[in-house]
Design a protein around this ligand. Structure first.
Ligand SMILES: Nc1ncnc2c1ncn2[C@@H]1O[C@H](COP(=O)(O)OP(=O)(O)OP(=O)(O)O)[C@@H](O)[C@H]1O
Ligand SMILES: [Mg+2]
Length: 210
């Protein structure tokens, strides 16, 4: 179980609390949707659950153990923009093999071509590079995947290809999947619980346009 307990966070002393005493759980093999208006702290929560930033209070555990402080995290995060998540000075092959190499079957499901391996990141399209980022994040050490607007910038066909590959992989390997998205239809289609971050556990309400 991936568990965030009593999580509170604000970026600075003079900043508002994004959430206070928030509890969230994702079980192995479970798909959980996370929605909520822009600026409510979904990406921030994802970063805390993956161990990128520390909560002001509360704790994140996997199977009762705090996240490891160094080495490969069992909780992997994918962002909307793959250009920001890969080293532009590494060839695709090196990016893919940074951790344990992904399974051949996954590369095939993501339609990753072997002639991309010797290219630089800027020599792939956004959708192609996102598929590389997805493949890199799904390796034998990964137990949970947090997909933060993972396909928001892509066309319908590429979206479908990526979600098909990811859900098949997470089902087969019993990975927990937390999907952050503005698209209610996508969250519904994926199934599972949907958490609305705007509805609870919050310390303030931002001013939103009517
Ligand atoms: N590094 C930072 N320093 C200060 N404030 C930040 C930082 N990162 C984000 N914020 C602020 O924290 C709030 C939550 O940001 P976050 O990116 O978590 O929102 P979000 O729910 O993911 O929004 P979106 O749906 O637009 O992606 C925003 O008001 C943002 O301006
Ligand atoms: Mg966000």
């Amino acid at each position: 179980m991936l568990r965030g307990e009593n999580l509170s966070f604000r970026y600075g002393k003079n900043q508002p609390w994004l959430f206070q005493n928030l509890n969230i759980e994702v079980a192995p093999g479970e798909i959980v949707g996370l929605s909520g208006a822009s600026g409510f702290g979904k990406t921030t929560l994802g970063k805390i659950l993956a161990g990128y930033i520390a909560p002001r209070s509360g704790i994140v555990t996997v199977n009762g153990q705090p996240l490891p402080k160094r080495g490969y995290s069992p909780v992997q995060l994918i962002f909307q923009n793959p250009e920001l998540s890969v080293n532009p000075r590494w060839r695709i092959e090196k990016i893919l093999h940074e951790g344990q190499p992904p399974e051949q079957e996954l590369l095939k499901a993501l339609s990753i071509h072997s002639n991309w391996l010797t290219r630089w990141p800027h020599e792939l399209s956004g959708g192609e590079l996102q598929r590389i980022a997805v493949a890199r994040s799904l390796n034998p050490f990964t137990r949970y995947l947090i997909a933060d607007e993972m396909t928001a910038m892509l066309d319908a066909n590429t979206q479908a290809l990526i979600w098909q590959a990811v859900t098949a992989y997470t089902r087969q390997h019993k990975l927990g999947l937390l999907v952050v998205s503005h698209e209610a239809a996508l969250l519904k289609r994926l199934g599972g619980r949907i958490i609305d971050l705007s509805a609870k556990n919050r310390g303030f309400s931002p001013i939103l346009p009517h």
